[in-house]
Design a protein around this ligand. Structure first.
Ligand code: UN1
Length: 497
């Protein structure tokens, strides 16, 4: 057995224990007998220390020129690149995703670092003429203050980077709470931030549960902004508390993404896309394909081929290079997915393949669920409307393109969407009419790139977008500045009339 990593909090430039000496465990989901790490069970007291440090550091960090702040971000990118393999292997052990995908997750962090490092020399505002003579008008971005970043386990490097790197380049300081399932990844990321030489207090890490650490961050009067990625249920609580305590809040929540396959589609391509979208990361992406809307003319053939391809997927530990589909992250998720299968059966869906917890000597200590295809699903069923977050995809037959668009929009969510068609008119109608933050034409629902906005409509988000230049709108306020160089009082709307 490998030695478990002992994670600590990182506050004001020091690696320290929590006030309580209780520790929590992070285990390998492919083999729960393997303890990957232990981490502090922090409380409101530890959160307070971190917020105080972040507030203090903010005073000078906000005045460091952005191009200089960006040099730290550049360095973080270089260190991530150097540690890519090590981080990917740790991630695969800690949360189960297959190695190729874990490398992709780290790469997304690297891309993000180099993108936001460049932003240090942009952070553009606008200048515009004043309506008065000898007067100058402009806008500039100013930082917000102390940002609490609450992140999930499914992208343990990419998502914290999406949040932390734009926050930092904009001049904010941060308190980061990684998910309870990925404390070791969170720790290694912050080790890299520390190694990049960021001044003490600019980045702080507090481990623990949502109930204790998350809650304390939401309630803390000196936290100015909360950026949260997680379930819509928790997101609603986050939004409510931030509303009450007057914090800016950016919420990235659930999805019920669908891929439409029309009768004129390239079926080989659509099939490959469906397999990747539904079963990549064991379906544990907010962008995962959980519904396939299949035109009646191709449904039978597509389904037969999909079942055949699905039957070939190999389940196993993410660290094993033969594995296609890794475990679910923990026993709670395994139970959740199993419960949804029960719901599907009761609602009358037909299980074409899978539908069970996976058995087998190699799998017995892990949280493995068979890749599952449900047929005869109707849009009103719970499995067609609720986020499952596992390797389960529902097939829904559609008679026309118009019907496909209606059904794709018929969920409370609106993150990602996809259409496979060779008809350019349909492609443009889909871009216009699908209610989602992201639409792919002839590509699966997963695969967002860091320089474009990421986020969704309806119950998926609250109007913000992560990544790209849009993340700057999350992490800055606009300041409008007027400079009067006339040497006299000039009254707008009055003296120029
Ligand atoms: C998520 O599932 O929370 O587009 C993020 C994708 C990835 C990001 C997913 N680049 O699937």
């Amino acid at each position: 057995m490998t030695n478990a990593i002992k994670c600590l909090n990182y506050i004001d430039g020091n690696w320290i224990s929590a006030r309580s000496h209780d520790r929590l465990e992070s285990r390998n989901p492919a083999n729960s007998q393997e303890l990957v790490a232990t981490f502090p069970r922090s409380s409101a007291t530890d959160v307070d220390k971190a917020v105080v440090a972040a507030r203090q550091a903010y005073k000078s960090w906000r005045t460091v020129p952005a191009p200089q702040r960006a040099e730290y971000i550049q360095r973080i990118g270089e260190l991530l690149l150097q540690e890519k393999e090590k981080l990917a292997r740790l991630m695969s052990r800690e949360m189960g995703k297959v190695l190729t995908e874990a490398r992709g997750d780290v790469q997304e962090g690297i891309d993000c670092a180099f993108y936001y490092a460049g932003e240090g020399r942009r952070l553009f505002g606008q200048t515009t003429p004043s309506e008065l003579g000898n007067k100058f008008a402009m806008t500039m971005r100013v930082p917000i203050g102390v940002c609490a970043l609450i992140t999930p386990w499914n992208f343990p490097i990419a998502i914290p980077c999406w949040k932390a790197l734009p926050a930092l380049v904009c001049g904010n300081t941060i308190v980061f709470k990684p998910a309870k399932d990925t404390p070791a990844c969170g720790t290694m990321l912050i080790e890299i931030f520390a190694e990049a030489g960021l001044p003490a207090g600019v980045v702080n890490l507090v481990h623990g549960s949502g109930k204790e650490v998350g809650r304390a961050l939401l309630e803390h009067p000196d936290v100015d902004l909360v950026s949260f990625t997680g379930s819509s249920t928790t997101g609603a609580e986050v939004g409510e508390t931030c509303g009450r305590t007057h914090k800016r809040v950016c919420l990235e929540m659930g999805g019920k993404n669908a891929q439409i396959v029309m009768e004129d589609a390239d079926l080989d391509l659509a099939l490959e896309g469906a397999l990747w979208g539904a079963f990549g990361t064991t379906g544990q992406r907010c962008t995962a394909t959980s519904r396939l809307l299949l035109h009646k003319e191709i449904k039978a053939e597509f389904t037969t081929r999909l079942v055949e391809q699905t039957s070939k997927l190999r389940l196993g530990a993410g660290t094993d290079s033969n594995t296609d589909v890794g475990p679910l992250v923990n026993s709670t998720q395994l139970k959740r997915v199993s419960d949804y299968l029960e719901i599907a059966r009761n609602e009358g869906a037909k299980i074409l393949i899978g539908g069970q917890v996976a058995r087998g000597e190699e799998l017995k200590n892990g949280y493995f669920f068979q890749p599952t295809i449900l047929d005869d699903v109707t849009p009103d069923m719970r499995v067609a409307r609720e986020e499952i977050f596992g390797p389960v995809v529902s097939l829904i037959e559609v008679n026309s393109f118009a019907e496909a668009i209606e059904i794709i929009n018929d969920t409370p969510y609106g993150l990602s969407s996809s259409v496979y068609t060779r008809d350019v008119n349909r492609a443009f109608q889909a871009m216009r009419d699908i209610e989602a933050g992201i639409t792919y034409i002839n590509g699966p629902t997963i695969g967002a790139e860091v320089h474009l906005p990421f986020g969704g409509v309806k119950q998926t988000g609250n109007g913000h977008r992560e990544a790209g230049s849009t993340a700057l709108d999350v992490f800055t306020e606009w300041k409008t500045v007027y400079v009067d160089f006339s040497g006299k009082l000039q009254r707008a709307q009055i003296d120029n009339r």
